[in-house]
Design a protein around this ligand. Structure first.
Ligand code: PEP
Length: 313
């Protein structure tokens, strides 16, 4: 983050981006490199009138526990989540590998599904320290996150490597949640659209029409774990770009779920999930608190009802 953003966090002004270069403005030209889809020429448009419910997109909220918790705290957290069920949205938790067995047992009989935060692009073999997608399937995983920025950055994962992971995950019946997102510097340099399109393009080329089977998570890196959230309008603008790109590759893009991630909380979830191309969230820090995560899941459930209401009028 730049000095401005850090100052804002320290001053307790998290959540607002008004002063950060690159923030969209209602009156001026966009300064983040994301053109609003409706102003574009030659972009495949998704019918904006089609509600989420009309398009058959059930919201999905995924908790990314990252490298947190203990066996005991995981069970405690899931038990608390179970007592908050049922949710009208789909809910999943992506947990550290060693906890998968216990999580699978704790969630037996629940509608909450589970998954992992990464997998190898390779099949089982001599790959010390890696975890194969088929092993995750063996633990009953439904999802696996691939291409999280913390892996792209700290483990030097290329766009193609992420795409290969998504392909391997799909081939074992897992749904990859493919993360894309720009750094603050890229946003300020008006590169947001170019960056996310480049990241998604590798996946589209590798998966072909099967790309419709993935979930995409737009996670601006400057919003992850910082308390700075993209505004609903900023997030929606990027989601519209991504859906248009997917629509050029698959006729089923309208049914695909695109999640927003980056400091989602109970306080900002409803406004984000109300956006027409945002179908839920990938939630880090807030997914470690049962009450907060349940409230986010309820916000997604409310988006289902809101959407149903709109499609009736
Ligand atoms: C994430 O790591 O995927 C994430 C979105 O984290 P946070 O919600 O803490 O910003």
């Amino acid at each position: 983050l730049d000095g401005v953003a850090l100052d804002r966090i320290q001053a307790g002004q998290a959540g607002g981006l008004q002063d950060i270069p690159g923030r969209s403005s209602r009156t001026g030209p966009r300064a983040d490199g994301v053109e609003s889809a409706h102003r574009k020429v030659g972009v495949v448009m998704v019918n904006p009138q089609l509600s989420k419910a009309g398009a058959g997109r059930r919201p999905l909220v995924v908790g990314n526990w990252k490298m947190n918790g203990t066996r005991a705290s995981s069970v405690q957290l899931l038990s608390a989540l179970r007592s908050a069920e049922p949710f009208d949205s789909d809910v999943s938790v992506c947990v550290p590998f060693p906890y998968l067995g216990e999580v699978a047992l704790t969630l037996q009989g629940s509608r909450i599904t589970w998954g992992a935060q990464d997998c190898s692009h390779l099949e089982p073999g001599a790959h010390t320290g890696d975890v194969a997608a088929v092993m995750l399937a063996d633990f009953g995983c439904r999802h696996v996150i691939v291409g999280h920025s913390e892996r792209r950055v700290h483990h030097a994962e290329s766009d193609q490597r992420v795409a290969d992971k998504a392909k391997t995950a799909l081939s074992h019946g897992l749904t990859p949640i493919v993360c894309v997102g720009e750094t603050l510097e890229e946003r300020q340099a008006m590169q947001t659209e170019a960056v996310v399109k480049r990241q998604l393009s590798a996946v589209i080329h590798t998966l072909g029409h099967c790309v419709s089977q993935i979930v995409v998570a737009y996670e601006p890196i400057w919003a992850i774990g910082t308390g700075l959230t993209a505004t609903p309008e900023q997030a929606q603008a990027v989601h519209a770009v991504l859906r248009a790109q997917l629509a050029a590759a698959s006729t089923q893009a309208v049914d695909m779920r695109l999640l927003y991630g980056g400091s989602v909380t109970a306080a900002n979830a409803s406004a984000l999930f109300a956006q027409s191309d945002i179908d839920g969230g990938l939630v880090g820090g807030a997914s470690l608190k049962a009450n907060e995560f349940s409230a986010i899941c309820r916000a997604a459930s409310a988006a289902v009802h809101e959407s149903l209401g709109k499609s009736k009028t």
